[in-house]
Design a protein around this ligand. Structure first.
Ligand code: GDP
Ligand code: MG
Length: 462
C-alpha cells in the first residue's frame, strides 16, 4: 500500500501518530500489564542496605576499568542519595532502579553526544606518543570525507622519524591531501605554511608530536601551535588502556590549551576505557569519537550507552534503559481509565506530553511502522504537526478540570471563553474538539481490537 500524505491531511497524521503509539503501549500492556503490576508491588521497597550493595558492585567495576578514585567516590555519593530519594519506576526491580541512576550519572559526566559538527573547521590533535593520534587523524579525515566534506591534514610532528610518511600513506589511500615538510624541525612554521596551503579545504586536521611523558617543551609546542592555528577543536587522544594517569594528563593538556573533546582509541582491545571517563570529567568535555581498530574506517561517533555497558561489564544496559524510558512515558497515561473505556481530553493531553518526552516528532515517527507502509512525510509536515500539538496543549491548559474530564460539557459559550483564555481563535478550539472526537473513536476501535491500521486510514479519510 502506498499512501502519500499531503499537508491538508495533517489531521490524519495526528491520528495515526497517536493511534500507532497507543497501539504500541496497549499491545505491550496487554502482554505485560499483569506482570508489571506484580513487580510494581514488590519493587516499592528500596533500602539503604540494597543500595550500598549495588553501589559497591559498581564501584568495583568502575575502579577495575580505571576510573579515577576520587571520581568514583563522588559518583557513589550522588548515586546513593538519588537511589534512596527517587521513586522506583514501574516495572523496575530495586536493583534496576539503582543501575538506571548509575547510568544517568555516568551519562551526565560523559555528555551524551559529540559537539563536533559536520561543517568547515580546524581540528588539532594532542596526546602522548603512541596514543593513536596519527591513526586517528587519518580516521577523522576519512569520517568527514564520507560525510561529503573535503578534509586535508597537516603533519606537524617533527619528532618522530617517518611521521609524515606514516600519515601520508593513510591519506594516499583515500585521496586526502597531506601537507608536511619532512626534515623541518619547526612544527609551528609547518602549521603556518600548511594552513595557507590547504585554506580552501573544509576540514583541516593537524597532527602533532607526542612524548613518552608529559614534558614542558611538549606543552610549550602545543601552546604555540594552538596560538597560530586557532583551531575550533583541540581533541585529546587517549589510549583506552591509559589507566589512572588519564586525569593528570587531561588536566595538564586542558590547562595549557583548553581541550574541547576526547577521542578514545584502541577500544578493540581488552581495556574498558575508564580513563576516558576521568579525562572527560577533568576537562568538562565529552567523548567525541572512539577508535576500535587499525584501519582508517574504524572510527565511530561515541555512544554513551554502549560505552557504559562496557565500563560496568553489563551487556543488558541498553534494554534496561529502554524499559526505564518506556516506564516514564507510561506513567503519563491513565491506563486504567483507557481500559475501562473512557478517553477524555485529559488522557489526550497526557498522551501528548508523553510523546513530547519521547523526543522530536520525527524521531517518534521513525519508530512507528508507518514508514514500512509507504507513508511519506515531509519535514514541513513534521513541523506543522508539532506546531498543532503545541496549540492544542495551550488551549487545554485554559480548560478547567470538569471540561477536561467531561468534554461533553463544552458548548459554544465555553468555546469562546476557552479561546479568550488561551489567546487562540475559537476555530482552533473547535478543531481541537473535533480532533479529540476522532481520537476517542480511534480509542474505541482499539479496544474493540478489530480495527487495523488500514481500516483506520479509510475511516478517517485516508
Ligand atoms: P601516535 O603516536 O599518537 O601518533 O599514535 P599512532 O597513530 O602512531 O598509533 C600507535 C599505534 O597504535 C599504531 O600501531 C596504530 O596502528 C595503533 N592504533 C591506533 N589506534 C588504534 C585502534 O583504535 N585500535 C588498535 N588496535 N590499534 C590502534
Ligand atoms: Mg603520530
Amino acid at each position: 500500500m502506498s499512501l502519500h500524505l499531503s499537508l491538508k491531511r495533517k489531521h490524519l497524521l495526528h491520528c495515526n501518530l497517536i493511534y500507532s503509539w497507543s497501539n504500541m503501549v496497549l499491545d505491550k500492556l496487554g502482554n505485560s500489564l499483569q506482570e508489571t503490576l506484580k513487580k510494581l508491588v514488590g519493587a516499592g521497597r528500596i533500602d539503604k542496605h540494597l543500595v550500598d550493595e549495588v553501589v559497591k558492585d559498581i564501584q568495583r567495576a568502575l575502579l577495575q576499568s580505571d576510573v579515577n578514585v576520587k571520581l568514583v567516590m563522588q559518583l557513589s555519593k550522588e548515586i546513593k542519595r538519588r537511589s534512596l530519594e527517587e521513586k522506583v519506576l514501574a516495572g523496575m526491580s530495586p536493583k534496576e532502579h539503582v543501575v538506571r541512576i548509575i547510568y544517568d550519572e555516568l551519562v551526565k559526566i560523559l555528555g551524551e553526544s559529540s559537539k563536533i559538527q559536520l561543517k568547515s573547521q580546524t581540528i588539532m590533535m594532542v596526546g602522548l606518543q603512541g596514543s593513536g593520534k596519527t591513526t586517528t587523524v587519518a580516521k577523522l579525515a576519512r569520517y568527514f570525507q564520507r560525510k561529503g566534506l573535503k578534509p586535508a591534514v597537516i603533519c606537524a610532528d617533527t619528532d618522530r622519524p617517518g611521521a609524515y610518511e606514516q600519515l601520508k600513506t593513510h591519506c594516499d589511500k583515500m585521496g586526502v591531501l597531506c601537507y608536511g615538510e619532512p626534515g623541518s624541525k619547526d612544527p609551528v612554521k609547518i602549521v603556518q605554511h600548511g594552513l595557507a596551503e590547504i585554506e580552501k579545504y573544509d576540514v583541516k586536521i593537524i597532527d602533532t608530536a607526542g612524548r613518552h611523558a608529559l614534558e614542558s617543551d611538549l606543552i610549550k609546542q602545543m601552546e604555540e601551535i594552538n596560538a597560530i592555528a586557532k583551531p575550533d577543536h583541540r581533541l585529546l587522544i587517549l589510549d583506552a588502556a591509559i589507566g589512572q594517569q588519564a586525569s593528570e594528563q587531561a588536566r595538564v593538556f586542558h590547562e595549557s590549551i583548553n581541550v574541547t573533546g576526547v577521542i578514545i582509541t584502541k577500544l578493540d582491545g581488552t581495556a574498558k576505557g575508564g580513563g576516558a571517563l576521568s579525562a572527560v570529567s577533568e576537562t568538562k568535555t565529552s567523548i567525541a569519537f572512539i577508535g576500535a581498530g587499525e584501519t582508517i574506517e574504524d572510527i565511530e561517533r561515541f555512544d554513551a550507552q554502549r560505552f557504559i555497558s562496557r565500563l560496568l561489564g553489563m551487556g543488558d544496559i541498553k534494554s534496561l534503559i529502554e524499559r526505564a524510558e518506556e516506564a516514564l512515558v507510561e506513567e503519563e497515561f491513565d491506563v486504567e481509565a483507557m481500559m475501562r473505556g473512557k478517553f477524555t481530553l485529559k488522557d489526550m493531553y497526557n498522551q501528548m506530553n508523553a510523546m513530547n518526552k519521547l523526543g522530536p516528532l520525527k524521531q517518534i515517527m521513525q519508530m512507528l511502522p508507518l514508514g514500512g507502509m509507504g507513508v511519506k512525510i515531509s519535514d514541513d509536515m513534521y513541523e506543522e504537526t508539532g506546531g498543532k500539538m503545541k496549540v492544542y496543549k495551550v488551549i487545554m491548559d485554559s480548560m478547567n478540570e470538569n471540561e477536561m474530564t467531561e468534554p461533553k460539557v463544552i458548548g459554544s459559550s465555553r468555546i469562546m471563553r476557552i479561546a479568550r483564555g488561551s489567546g487562540k481563535h475559537p476555530d482552533d478550539v473547535r478543531e481541537l474538539l473535533k480532533y479529540y472526537k476522532t481520537m476517542q473513536r480511534a480509542m474505541k476501535g482499539l479496544r474493540g481490537g478489530k480495527m487495523n491500521m488500514a481500516k483506520m486510514m479509510r475511516k478517517f479519510g485516508g
